[in-house]
Write a protein that binds this ligand. Structure first.
Ligand code: ASP
Length: 331
């Protein structure tokens, strides 16, 4: 690259970064450069919400809050709460499918723009697992609470004790008990774990990932969704990524962390998601038997998404509207 172009690109990059980090005044820009940076801001890239699968009510809730000026962290929490409360959704929150012994257990994590994180695993009595994760992040010196301790903590924090096993999930479980066949279904009901990333008006990013995990898992099994770096990772200087699908494969590749690091090195969100899926395929000879999917966004608002099997999509809420976008895939 010629030196002049390199300098120009660096200045432009800094201008855009300055806008996104709300510190444009720190840069000594000439007027035309300031204007070009302002244009990208006014083009309504931010605020921006993306979420795994087609959860339009959740993304709309987050997107509308962001439009009103909510922080990314508040918006992402409120967004995923919509699905956690929806008992028709058997893969997240209340109404989630149980493990093979009939326990509904929830896993979730949350990350703030500062890089702080909280998580809960094997939560049995509170549907809003991501909110409990936020309390772990904000009210304790720890990152993750599990099982009985997580439930007790939730109650101490004022969460209502709930029965998560609904009539609908009980009926499906009774049916499952007849054969007791454990075979995770690819693209189950065309939705699954909700992983959401929000970028607010200031350009700050937050994320959450919440799930009832794999249906009819072994009692005690925890997936990728609450694991920082696997189900979710973000860095406010770079962007973020979230995952859905076979947690075991995602955990072994630490996929969300990998994607953020690849973006840090200059890869686009799309290329980074493809690389993360390729690594899972390479490491798992049985890759055709399960789904794994990632979505990612960088601080320019560029989005990527890739999965193993056809059928995964993500939802984007931007500029007042939802869009359900099919992901690229390998097979
Ligand atoms: N990743 C979740 C888990 O393994 C489930 C899913 O998203 O399908 O628990």
């Amino acid at each position: 690259m010629k030196r002049r172009n390199f300098i120009l690109q660096s200045i432009l990059g800094s201008a855009v970064l300055g806008i996104f980090s709300n510190s444009v005044t720190a840069f000594n820009l000439d007027k035309s450069l300031k204007n070009s940076a302002m244009i990208s801001y006014k083009s309504n890239i931010f605020p921006l919400t993306i979420a795994t699968w087609n959860f339009p009510n959740a993304s709309k809730r987050a997107g509308e809050l962001l439009a009103e000026g909510a922080t990314a962290l508040d918006a992402v929490e409120q967004g995923v709460m919509v699905e956690e409360a929806d008992i028709r959704n058997t893969t997240v929150g209340k109404g989630g499918a149980p493990d093979r012994d009939g326990n509904v257990t929830l896993d979730a994590c949350i990350m703030s723009p500062s890089g702080d994180a909280g998580a809960v695993v094997y939560l049995k009595y509170t549907s809003h697992a991501a909110s409990v994760a936020r309390k772990v992040m904000e009210e304790t010196p720890h990152v993750m609470l599990a099982g009985e301790g997580a439930d007790l903590f939730a109650i101490q924090q004022g969460f209502e004790k709930e029965e998560l096993f609904t009539e609908g999930s009980k009926l499906a479980y009774q049916e499952w008990l007849k054969k007791k066949e454990y075979k995770p279904i690819i693209n189950i009901e065309n939705h699954d774990t909700i992983g959401m990333l929000c970028i607010d008006k200031n350009g700050d990013i937050a994320g959450a990932c919440t799930s009832s995990g794999l249906s009819y898992k072994i009692n005690g099994r925890v997936g990728d969704s609450p694991i920082i770096g696997s189900g979710l990772f973000l860095d406010n200087e770079v962007g973020g990524a979230v995952a859905t699908g076979m947690g075991e494969a995602i955990m072994k590749s630490v996929g969300s962390f990998l994607i953020v690091e690849l973006m840090r090195q200059g890869q686009s969100p799309q290329d980074a998601c493809e690389e993360a899926i390729n690594r899972i395929i390479k490491a798992n000879p049985n890759f055709k038997e399960f789904q794994a999917a990632f979505i990612a966004v960088n601080k320019k608002g560029e989005i990527g998404s890739h999965c193993i099997q056809k059928g995964f999509s993500y939802v984007k809420y931007q500029d007042g509207k939802n869009e359900n976008i099919p992901s690229s895939y390998n097979f």
